[in-house]
Design a protein around this ligand. Structure first.
Ligand code: SF4
Length: 267
């Protein structure tokens, strides 16, 4: 059965997707790295973990939330005469612009041809304009027009139903949820199954667990301030990627252990 934006949430079945890995059991070996920035998962860790019931239920829950967000994207973009992809491009450009077309495609996790087609429509609707990059006049970049900014503001808000449900969680529960999401997203990022996120755990300014036992155990060297799990960033405009050994050491410290020296030594 094909699930669309019109599929009632109640009819979403348990997902048939493979179960999730045990994220905190991942080791830090530099042999057999996946390709890509900061990739530190070995080939053995890339193999599928054993199936279990709780993983299946987690997947089912994520699928239900994902479908609800998709429905929301259609509901907010549709009345503006936009597809969800066009709406996402406006939202991205509102968060940060100018951006090159390839950069937008990479953040959305879709092909350049798809973004190019959507941008052509947005330019025709006078919501987006193409201009020369200030630092390189040969490169074309995308900007919102004044009209595009107004439309982006209308569609950018997070769905109230989801915000309400999240606000019902305690601060501690939110911290645990955010930490768990960071681990899932990082693993997907290492496997190149999700667009690269500018997260604290891959940032050169991140100092995890430097204040053990504190409510704010981590430190951001960019703003020079401590912060807790509930304040971890999944998308930060000040993010700068850490190099591979630093990223491995940060991840181990975030998970509460030290990577073995041999695992971090150059092969
Ligand atoms: S600069 Fe941003 S991503 Fe980096 S550690 Fe600070 S808050 Fe996190």
């Amino acid at each position: 059965m094909l699930y669309t934006s019109r599929t009632p949430l109640s009819s979403v079945p348990p997902s048939a997707a493979p179960p999730l890995p045990d994220f905190c059991s991942l080791n830090f070996r530099r042999r057999g790295l996946t390709q890509g920035e900061g990739a530190i998962i070995s080939e053995s860790e890339m193999s599928a973990p054993p199936h279990d019931h709780s993983a299946q239920q987690v997947l089912t829950g994520l699928a239900k939330i994902g479908l609800a967000l998709k429905v929301h994207a259609w509901q907010t973009s549709g009345p503006q005469g936009l597809t969800p992809t066009q709406g996402q491009i406006l939202t991205l450009l509102q968060a940060r612009a100018p951006r090159a077309l390839n950069e937008v495609a990479s953040e959305l996790g879709v092909g350049a041809a798809t973004v190019s087609e959507a941008v052509t429509t947005l330019v025709r609707k006078r919501l987006v304009q193409k201009t020369r990059a200030p630092h390189d006049r040969r490169q074309l970049v995308l900007l919102l027009t004044a009209r595009g900014r107004r439309v982006a503001t209308r569609i950018a808000g997070w769905p109230d139903f989801l915000l309400h449900a999240i606000h019902l969680l305690s601060g501690e529960e939110r911290g645990v949820l955010l930490r768990t999401l960071v681990k899932i997203i990082r693993t997907l990022q290492e496997r190149r199954q999700i667009p690269v996120a500018r997260m604290c755990v891959t940032c050169r300014f991140f100092r995890p667990n430097v204040y053990p036992g504190s409510e704010r155990p981590h430190h951001c060297a960019f703003v020079d301030a401590p912060f807790g799990d509930h304040e971890l960033r999944l998308e930060c405009r000040d993010h700068q990627p850490a190099d591979l050994p630093a990223a491995a050491a940060q991840w181990a410290a975030f998970c509460g252990r030290s990577p073995p020296e041999s695992d971090l030594a150059p092969s």
